[in-house]
Write a protein that binds this ligand. Structure first.
Ligand code: PGA
Length: 239
């Protein structure tokens, strides 16, 4: 397992269901890799190996993993298969998986635990809906997600947490800088265990707001969806 402390910041590109071989070839040609930050590209699963074989020096991550190890589970990809392909990171509990694929906190806990056991860093996503935010339930929701999604085996050396307000994902809306700071500080102080965790922010990050967000002491990087698909934009964000 490599040391997460080696990196000042983390920039995770979540391509979701986008990309193809020619897109990847062009993208990687232009990607600015001369940075001390940790860059992780999370393409659709079928392209993980294509990137890994061609571009050995890049970190790649999967967008999900199965709760099962092997057997009759059509369409699934197991933790051992990720290990076999030298995958170092996996996004777990993204709000799109929670809402479109009925992923529960319990599933997220199981997945994170299995990943940690095999030395893959889970990027565990938590965040509130707009309705919950408007009812002032953000901290309550995040507390429950922390309690129910983060395994006891998780620590600041083997896991990352991403705060992604669901209403900010793909919407062009973001919390204010003060709100991001407040929530990240809340997570870090929720329990002593989280004091040293690296907490990433995700939700409509782009080059025009990334500097301000990553400057915050409690923010250790970003999980970037839409803007990570545009290589010029992504290069500006990681610059
Ligand atoms: P977005 O997505 O940057 O397009 O808002 C972030 C995410 O879904 O992780």
């Amino acid at each position: 397992m490599f040391n997460l402390d080696e990196f000042p910041s983390f920039f995770i590109a979540n391509w979701k269901l986008n990309g193809n071989k020619s897109f990847i070839t062009e993208y990687i040609k232009k990607l600015q890799t001369n940075t001390e930050n940790c860059l992780v590209i999370c393409p659709p699963t079928i392209y993980l190996n294509f990137i890994k074989i061609k571009y050995k020096n890049l970190f790649i991550g999967s967008q999900d993993v199965s709760i099962y190890n092997e057997g009759a589970y059509t369409g699934e990809v197991s933790v051992n298969m990720l290990v076999d392909n030298d995958i170092k990171f996996t996004i777990v509990g993204h709000s799109e998986r929670r809402s479109y694929f009925n992923e529960t906190n319990k599933n997220i806990l199981i997945k994170s635990d299995k990943l940690i056991e095999k030395n893959i860093i889970p990027i565990i996503c938590i965040g509130e809906t707009l309705e919950q935010k408007e009812k002032n339930l953000t901290k309550e929701i995040l507390s429950r997600q922390l309690d129910e999604c983060i395994p006891t085996t998780s620590n600041y050396k083997n896991s990352l947490i991403a705060y992604e307000p669901i209403w900010a994902i793909g919407s062009g809306l973001t919390p204010t800088i003060e709100q991001i700071d407040e929530v990240h500080s809340f997570i870090k102080n929720y329990d002593n265990k989280y004091n040293n965790f690296k907490i990433l922010y995700g939700g409509s990050v782009k080059s025009s707001n990334s500097k301000q967000i990553t400057k915050l002491e409690n923010v250790s990087g970003c999980l970037i969806g839409g803007a990570s698909l545009n290589i010029d934009e992504f290069n500006k964000i990681i610059d």
